[in-house]
Design a protein around this ligand. Structure first.
Ligand code: ATP
Length: 314
């Protein structure tokens, strides 16, 4: 079983208890561990894989809570870093019209420093870059580029998920697209939502979008389509792999469950070669990852709702 190094954002989401009002009126909040790459590491470890999380938290009670939460589901956090800066916090509420009201207090997650020791660990293993806040500047953005460009790209399997957050890039989508492109060029697998594939490629039509993104460099593309499944594009072929029918309660973390399950399966292969050559192999993997995504929507919260191997096999 190969290791999957998930690098980037980890934070606390304070979710307003009574939805339907904006943050100015919210009085009670529930504390939840969040951050896409951290969720992906949890998804992999809950399935029995080797999820390793590398991110930075504050040396404070919230940072302690985050690392403990990850450890509880079996994630290796021994390479996580502590900073003097406070743990990153996000406050979220849904207003009456369904709009998200969002205040983001960016702290320690951006302080992640490059770890040269990883040079010897990464070859032969998987690197997952689940960007989210990583492209917003600070040492973390430099760290991301270093892991991508230090000559190791051929020796590992690299996965990129841009995790576009409209709240964070409202007036600067062009910069977001420009910052994503080097990662699309160098990654072997890219996971996009429909919105991300269209935004980054500049194409409405998803088949055309995939063609533009393949041309940029990435060999395998998955575009997650919620209840409609996932579009897989590789080796000149494209196919929508249907999702599993469920009664969803909360779709938070479905995308992270999906990519975590896909990477877990890739990590279980002896070598990465077949992933690039065998469409039907990857199609079957995507079908199982769809199931992981669907199961996650049937429960509230992200990490709690991620399936275990037993739940996935049922
Ligand atoms: P996130 O907001 O977590 O980043 P995403 O937009 O990347 O999510 P989604 O498309 O919402 O990802 O979900 C990922 C996968 O989970 C889908 O491809 C699908 O297989 C499954 N899934 C999501 N929502 C549903 C649903 N309502 N019913 C069945 N399956 C679903």
């Amino acid at each position: 079983m190969k290791k999957v190094y998930c690098i980037g954002e980890v934070l606390i989401d304070f979710v307003a208890e009574r939805q339907g009002s904006d943050l100015s009126k919210a009085n009670e909040f529930t504390k939840k561990a969040g951050g896409a790459p951290a969720n992906v590491a949890c998804a992999i470890s809950k399935l029995g894989g080797n999820g390793i999380f590398i991110g930075c938290v504050g040396d404070d009670p919230f940072g302690k809570f985050l690392l403990e939460t990850l450890k509880e589901v079996g994630v290796d956090v021994s390479l996580a870093q502590l900073s003097d800066t406070f743990t990153t916090l996000a406050f979220v509420s849904l207003s009456e019209d369904g709009e998200r009201d969002f205040v983001f207090s960016r702290g320690a997650d951006k302080e992640l420093k490059y770890n040269p020791d990883l040079r010897k660990n990464l070859p032969g293993n998987i690197l997952h870059l689940g960007a989210a806040t990583a492209l917003l500047g600070g040492p973390l953005e430099k760290t991301y580029s270093k892991y991508l460009f230090d000559g190791l790209t051929k020796e590992m399997f690299i996965c990129f998920d841009p995790n576009f957050r409209s709240d964070l890039w409202k007036d600067d989508e062009d910069t977001f697209i420009k910052k994503c492109m080097p990662f699309v060029e160098k990654s072997h697998l890219c996971k996009f939502s429909q919105e991300e594939a269209q935004l980054i490629s500049g194409k409405e039509d998803l088949h055309e979008a995939c063609d533009v993104l393949h041309k940029a460099g990435t060999k395998i593309i998955t575009v997650t389509l919620g209840k409609d499944g996932t579009l897989l594009s590789m080796n000149g072929a494209k196919k929508v792999i249907p999702s599993v029918k469920v009664a969803p309660k909360d779709t938070t973390g479905a995308g992270d469950a999906f990519i975590g399950c896909l990477l877990y399966q890739i990590s279980d292969l002896g070598n990465f070669g077949p992933v690039f050559e065998d469409f039907s192999l990857v199609e079957n993997m995507v079908a199982l990852a769809n199931k992981a995504g669907a199961i996650t929507t049937t429960n509230y919260g992200a990490i709690v709702a991620l399936p275990t191997k037993e739940q996935l096999e049922k």
